[in-house]
Design a protein around this ligand. Structure first.
Ligand SMILES: NC(=O)c1ccc[n+]([C@@H]2O[C@H](COP(=O)([O-])OP(=O)(O)OC[C@H]3O[C@@H](n4cnc5c(N)ncnc54)[C@H](OP(=O)(O)O)[C@@H]3O)[C@@H](O)[C@H]2O)c1
Length: 296
């Protein structure tokens, strides 16, 4: 049988996926992709076949995907030409004889039609390209990573309140670990062919409800203090976050308020077979937190 290959093997999601796969699948069936395989030496030491490949180098992908049966295409980073990179990966998978490609998109609401800058357009393009490719596909629309929640509400909400653009939209972010477990389920089980799943943590909340939850956890009122989009953007710029990244993050947070992440499902729980961690459980233990490293 062909191998299971995970791209983005050195990143937060890909590395966790391979670490979980190693608990379930013989290492000789596993492969990972990186532009710099040396950065995944820990996985190679455990028997994962870490292959060199760059989404921007088509020939490298065809080589790297040789002998692969199922491929998890971890989406390329924002601020790059994601559409071209994903198209290369899908076309190379087809040429290399891969049977099934699983793509990690970002949760969106097509009816609402709010474009997340740098993400939605290339996600829509990639999903269309994948469906048109004739390959078996599974699309896993990911929510915000709970692990990076500080990036959206700031690490100082206990002192300064939850200051985000106004809006009653909700979200149900999920832990990278639970999302990685969903990747493992689709890579290792039958029954997810040509499916589109929206993955969410256990509980949905608006920023107002998140402020209320933080108040309970902290034992002191943490106010919800809606601010203008410009003010939220400034809060990132004051932390020396480059303007394009600050604009990107602001658009996400404003999008939550507007409802981009409000249509939640229990797809994640059904895929992983346990109740995914909720935002409240995460905040109780980890707020304010630093992003945990998996390669430390
Ligand atoms: N849902 C969310 O909240 C959220 C948050 C952030 C990002 N995302 C999206 O989800 C993806 C995975 O997130 P993450 O946190 O795991 O990202 P990450 O830690 O930044 O990892 C990105 C991975 O992509 C690989 N990569 C980048 N450019 C590449 C290229 N040209 N060719 C081949 N591989 C390339 C990198 O591998 P090498 O550098 O080793 O080649 C790295 O392993 C991101 O890329 C982004 O699209 C989602």
């Amino acid at each position: 049988m062909g191998k299971l290959l995970v791209t983005g093997a050195t990143g937060n999601l890909g590395r966790r996926t391979l670490q979980l796969l190693l608990e379930r699948v013989p290492a000789e069936q596993l492969a990972g992709l990186s532009r710099t395989p040396g950065r995944a030496a820990d996985l190679a030491e455990r028997g994962v076949d870490v292959r060199q490949g760059d989404y921007l180098d088509y020939a490298s992908l065809v080589r790297a995907f040789d002998g692969v049966d199922r491929l998890l295409l971890v989406s390329a980073q924002a601020f790059t030409d994601r559409s071209a990179q994903h198209f290369n990966a899908i076309a190379a998978a087809k040429q290399a004889g891969v049977r099934h490609v699983i793509y990690t998109a970002i949760q969106r609401d097509d009816e609402l039609g709010i474009d997340q800058v740098g993400v939605t357009e290339s996600d829509v393009f990639t999903e269309q390209a994948l469906r048109a490719s004739g390959l078996t596909y599974t699309i896993l629309r990911n929510p915000m990573y709970l692990d990076q929640f500080d990036g959206y509400i700031g690490a100082d909400a206990y002192e300064n309140g939850v200051r985000v653009p106004h809006g009653d939209g909700t979200m149900a972010p999920a832990l990278l670990r639970d999302l990685a477990a969903a990747n493992v389920a689709v890579l290792t089980q039958e029954g997810h062919e040509n499916a589109i799943y929206t993955l969410n943590g256990s509980e949905a909340a608006s920023f107002r409800e998140i402020a209320a939850a933080l108040s309970e956890i902290h034992g002191k009122t943490v106010p919800y203090l809606p601010v203008s989009v410009e003010e939220h953007l400034d809060s990132y710029l004051r932390k020396d976050i480059p303007r394009p990244v600050a604009e990107f993050l602001t658009a996400w947070v404003a999008g939550v308020g507007l409802g981009s992440f409000s249509k939640n499902t229990d797809d994640l729980e059904r895929l992983i077979g346990y109740r995914p961690t909720s935002y409240r459980e995460f905040l109780e233990k980890n707020y304010p937190a630093v992003i945990p490293r998996t390669d430390a």
